[in-house]
Design a binder for this molecule. Structure first.
Ligand code: SIN
Ligand code: CO
Length: 391
């Protein structure tokens, strides 16, 4: 797919973030003025026949539940028995299924990778929609083919305003506050929790660049595991000033205070440990898209490969990140961490930014720094970096 240039209604990316990000919806007419979407509806439907591709079909039922959902993989017969209207096929993690689709995420990387979740595509038959709903994350809805009417409502909704549907959280009381029809190249940005309903006008396709924001409860669980796995002594509750009691069933409030203070102290970890935990936590890949090499290569084979003029490319399913610290860098790849000298900042930054790596660029860096060679070798053997030959 072509490289895309994003136009934000004449705003700089920082102005967009200041004015709209996490604050209010933004309609961006012709955000991608040159968009030529390379996939046909048939090709998208073809993906849903494959077992490893996460797909769903949502169909309007006309009953009290409103919509039904079925999970893929689907068969050709499933598609041939669908009605001509009011259904939608959804495929998530599209950039992992088809790496060239990373091109649609790329223009949004003025927001850091750790906040980006995935690219989803929807194909809708005429009048197809997934029902009015809220999402808990930011999303850019990019119209890539045909027309879709979007209706939004920015008010809060209460628990009793949902359809009695156990599979889909859809609103029963949705009313449009604003309505637009989006055409190819148009983009609608929605912050979390803005109710929206997108109805296809004729068949259409929409791509959603979805974001993620960690839930604190979930982080707490992961941080607790990290703390328990750390080597060394694990402080235990102590009470050298214990007071004698004649009410053995009572847990004293002073004991509770001391327990709570102890827990707070445990969570006060230093910046380096916190960065190590969060980098690992946030780069953990949710799905098994990456396969380690069946026969691991060694450093000599890697260097021969690069010296022959071949490059490496990064799997679009990999999650890489780094944190800068005093004199050191913490580099993360799919939940693992490496401590490196800060002189490697430019190299690591490029590794995390790019997806294709030229041998001309890699070789001098690897020849000078054995720790970088070891790192690249580990990433290749883990399947995060793939070896490619110039066509
Ligand atoms: C769609 O593409 O139809 C649904 C996307 C969304 O509502 O988040
Ligand atoms: Co949505």
């Amino acid at each position: 797919m072509q490289d895309l240039e994003l136009q934000l209604n004449g705003l700089t990316t920082q102005q967009f973030l200041d004015e709209y990000w996490q604050k209010k919806p933004c309609l961006i007419r012709q955000g991608f003025p040159e968009l030529e979407f390379p996939l046909s509806p048939d090709e998208v439907a073809g993906l849903a026949l494959e077992a490893e591709v996460p797909s769903r079909i949502l169909q309007e039922t006309g009953d009290a539940l409103g919509w039904s959902v079925r999970h893929g993989p689907f068969s050709e017969e499933d598609f041939s028995t669908l009605p001509p209207e009011r259904w939608t096929l959804l495929i998530t993690d599209l950039e992992k299924v088809l790496p060239e689709m990373q091109a649609l995420i790329e223009p949004f990387r003025f927001i850091p990778d750790w906040r980006i979740d995935d690219l989803m595509i929807s194909y809708a038959a005429d009048q197809g929609s997934v029902g009015p709903h809220l999402d808990e994350y930011d999303v850019f809805l990019v119209q890539v083919q045909g027309k879709r009417q979007w209706q939004i409502n920015n008010r809060r909704y209460t628990d009793d305003e949902y359809l009695p549907n156990p599979d889909l959280k859809l609103l029963s009381t949705f009313e449009a506050e604003q309505t637009w029809v989006l055409e190819p190249g148009d983009i609608l940005y929605l912050p979390p929790n803005v109710a929206h309903h997108g109805i296809a006008q004729g068949e259409c396709m929409t791509c959603s660049v979805g974001f993620r924001a960690p839930v604190y409860d979930d982080m707490l669980g992961s941080l607790a595991d990290f703390l328990m796995d750390r080597p060394g002594t694990h402080p235990r509750y102590r009470d050298p000033n214990l007071k004698s009691t004649d009410r053995p069933g009572r847990i004293a409030n002073s004991d509770l205070r001391q327990l709570r203070d102890g827990l707070k102290r445990i969570l006060e970890i230093d910046d380096a440990a916190f960065a190590k935990w969060f980098g690992s936590y946030s780069t953990q890949a949710g799905l098994d898209w990456v396969e380690p090499l069946t026969r691991a290569i060694d450093d000599k084979e890697l260097m021969i490969w690069l010296q022959a003029g071949h490059g490496l490319s990064r799997s679009t399913a990999s999650r890489l990140a780094y944190v800068e610290q005093k004199n050191t860098l913490l580099f993360f790849a799919d939940g693992q961490s490496w401590k490196l000298d800060s002189t490697h900042l430019a190299f690591i930054d490029r590794l995390c930014t790019q997806f294709d790596y030229d041998p001309v660029e890699l070789l001098p860096a690897l020849e000078q720094a054995p720790e970088l060679t070891r790192l690249i070798l580990e990433l290749v053997n883990a399947g995060l970096l793939e070896m490619w030959e110039e066509a």
